[in-house]
Design a binder for this molecule. Structure first.
Ligand SMILES: [Zn+2]
Length: 194
């Protein structure tokens, strides 16, 4: 039976509904991070060069037609984090503002795999500074236990979780295949002896 592809829920930050209509097919944290990095770098070509990846491959990643290796994704997160720290900080605004209790619920997913809090496995987060845009270097808090995590680190961990799950799925697929082959071999040898 063919599994129905999971419905990807967009993370809307201050622009609820705006991008829903024109969401690309493979919209997830990987493709969105890549799109942001292309924007920051200025062109897909020079970003491909930075990542030591062919431009065509990068473009396939960007539309979700090919899976981005976790190493490339980690490099993207590092690239964006570094770009953010180079930018002039406007943290003064955040310091002056009184911290508001934020009711936002962010989740980060690739397919149907969600990023989880390392402490309690919760999958909903909020920005510690909700008045600032969500950046790679933004600090997030788990909505369940309040445990803090840097956005970029959370995404990198999600990338690793995805690889781990794919390995497990491949392993299980192989095991099923072997069991089927063994059963087939057995039945054909049964036929011979019969
Ligand atoms: Zn938690």
């Amino acid at each position: 039976m063919k599994q129905r592809p999971p419905i990807v829920v967009a993370i809307d930050i201050g622009q609820r509904g705006e991008h829903r209509a024109c969401k690309p097919v493979g919209d997830n944290v990987f493709t969105r991070t890549l799109a942001r990095a292309i924007e920051v770098e200025g062109s897909a070509q020079s970003l491909a060069h930075l990542l030591h990846a062919p431009e065509g491959t990068l473009l396939r990643w960007s539309v979700g037609r090919a899976d981005m290796p976790v190493r490339a994704f980690t490099a993207l997160v590092e690239y964006l984090s570094a770009a953010e720290t180079r930018q002039p900080a406007n943290d003064g605004v955040a310091d002056a503002a009184t911290p508001q209790p934020s009711s936002e619920r962010l989740d980060f997913r690739v397919g149907n795999l969600l990023a989880h809090c390392a402490r309690c496995e919760g999958s909903e987060f909020r920005r510690l500074c909700p008045e600032q845009p969500l950046k790679m270097t933004s600090r997030l808090a788990c909505r369940t236990c309040g445990s803090e995590v840097v956005h970029g680190n959370l995404l990198v961990k999600l990338g690793h979780d995805l690889i781990a799950r794919k390995r497990l799925e491949a392993l299980e697929r192989n095991r099923r295949l072997q069991a089927m082959q063994a059963a087939r071999t057995k039945s054909s040898s049964d036929d011979e002896t019969a």
